[in-house]
Design a binder for this molecule. Structure first.
Ligand code: GTP
Ligand code: MG
Length: 297
C-alpha cells in the first residue's frame, strides 16, 4: 500500500481570489473550527464487507453525523453500518446511481461541512482533517487529487488513468481550471455552496459535474493530496467506457448546453430509515450528540 507523505495543497479553481470576497458580500457566516459540524456522506451499494474497515478509520470525535445513502443493497450493508455505529443516519436513495445517492445525502446533511467518500475502502477517512484544513484555509471546495504531489493510487487501472487524464485535460481547457484529477470520489465542501453545485445527475459523472459547477460558480477550489487504495472486497460498479462516455457528455453539456445557472433545486423525497429499519417521515435533524459508538462492554 502507498503511504501518503505530507504534501502541499494547490489552489486550482477558476476564480480563487474572488470567493472570499463573495462570501463576505453574501454574508455567509461560517463557524470557527471548534464549532464546525462535519457531515460525512457515504454512498453504499453492497459494501457490508468493507464497512468495518471504513468505519474504524472515521475520526468520530470530529464528526457531527455519518450519513449512509444506500442504493437498496441486497447484502447486510445497513445492518453492518448500524452495528458499527448505532447513530449512523441511513437514507434510501430516491433514484438510481452514485450521483443520485450523493444528491440525496447532500440534501439531508445538517452539518456546516460535507465530506463525501466511498465505502469500498479505497478512500481513507483518516484524511478527513486534511480536507477540513483546506476549507478553513479559505477554500469553498476541497477537492481530492491522486495525481498531485503527495497523492497516489494503487486502485486505478491504465485504462481509467488514460481516460481520466483526457477528461481532466478537456475540463481544464474548456473551463479554465487547473485540476489535476477529475473523477475522484473524495471531496469536501462548505454546505452553503450546495445550491451552486446542485447535484442533479444519476451516475459516476457526479464528481465531474461537481468539479465543473464549482468552477463555473467561481468557488475557491483547493486540491488536497489523497491516496486511493484498492477496493477491499466486492466488485466495482463502474464501467470505464460507459461511464467515461457519461462523463464526456456531462462535460459537453455543462459547457455548451443552453441552460440557466445550476441553482435550481429539486425537492427530494429521500426517506430516512429509523433504527428498526422502518421508513421514517420527512428528514429531521439528528439528536445531539450525533454520534454514539457501541459500548465495548
Ligand atoms: N447508493 C449507491 N451507492 C453506489 C452506487 N454505485 C456505486 N455506489 C457506491 O459508490 C462508491 C464508489 O463506487 P465503486 O463501485 O467503488 O466505483 P469506483 O470506486 O469507481 O470503482 P473501483 O475503483 O473499482 O472500486 C462505493 O461506495 C459504492 O458502493 C449506487 O447506485 N447507489
Ligand atoms: Mg471504488
Amino acid at each position: 500500500m502507498l503511504e501518503r507523505p505530507p504534501g502541499p495543497v494547490t489552489k486550482v479553481g477558476a476564480m480563487d481570489a474572488t470567493r472570499t470576497e463573495q462570501t463576505q458580500n453574501d454574508q455567509i457566516t461560517r463557524p470557527p473550527r471548534t464549532r464546525a459540524r462535519i457531515s460525512v456522506v457515504i454512498p453504499t451499494l453492497n459494501e457490508a464487507a468493507n464497512l468495518p474497515h471504513v468505519f474504524a478509520r472515521l475520526p468520530l470525535e470530529e464528526l457531527f453525523e455519518i450519513i449512509l445513502v444506500d442504493g437498496h443493497s441486497t447484502d447486510d450493508t445497513i445492518k453492518m453500518a448500524r452495528e458499527l455505529c448505532p447513530s449512523v443516519r441511513v437514507l434510501l436513495q430516491d433514484g438510481k446511481g452514485k450521483g443520485n445517492a450523493l444528491a440525496c445525502g447532500f440534501a439531508a446533511a445538517r452539518g456546516d461541512i460535507i465530506v463525501m467518500l466511498d465505502a469500498d475502502g479505497s478512500t481513507d477517512p483518516r484524511e478527513i482533517p486534511d480536507y477540513v484544513d483546506a476549507l478553513f484555509d479559505g477554500a469553498d471546495f476541497a477537492k481530492g487529487s491522486r495525481f498531485m504531489e503527495g497523492g497516489g493510487s494503487t486502485d486505478i487501472t491504465p485504462l481509467r488513468m488514460t481516460g481520466n487524464r483526457f477528461l481532466n485535460g478537456t475540463v481544464n481547457a474548456l473551463f479554465g481550471t487547473r485540476y489535476s484529477d477529475l473523477c475522484y470520489g473524495y471531496n469536501a465542501f462548505w454546505s452553503d455552496v450546495r445550491p451552486k453545485i446542485n447535484v442533479d445527475c444519476a451516475g459516476f459523472e457526479v464528481e465531474t459535474l461537481i468539479n465543473i459547477r464549482a468552477a463555473k460558480a467561481g468557488l475557491s477550489v483547493t486540491e488536497v493530496p489523497s491516496v486511493e487504495h484498492e477496493r477491499i472486497h466486492g466488485v466495482s460498479k463502474l464501467h470505464p467506457v460507459r461511464d467515461g462516455l457519461r462523463v464526456l457528455r456531462t462535460i459537453l453539456s455543462e459547457r455548451f448546453a443552453r441552460r440557466g445557472g445550476a441553482e435550481a433545486t429539486r425537492v427530494r423525497l429521500v426517506r430516512e430509515l429509523d433504527n428498526n429499519g422502518a421508513v421514517g417521515g420527512p428528514l429531521a435533524p439528528p439528536a445531539t450528540p450525533a454520534i454514539d459508538m457501541p459500548s465495548s462492554a
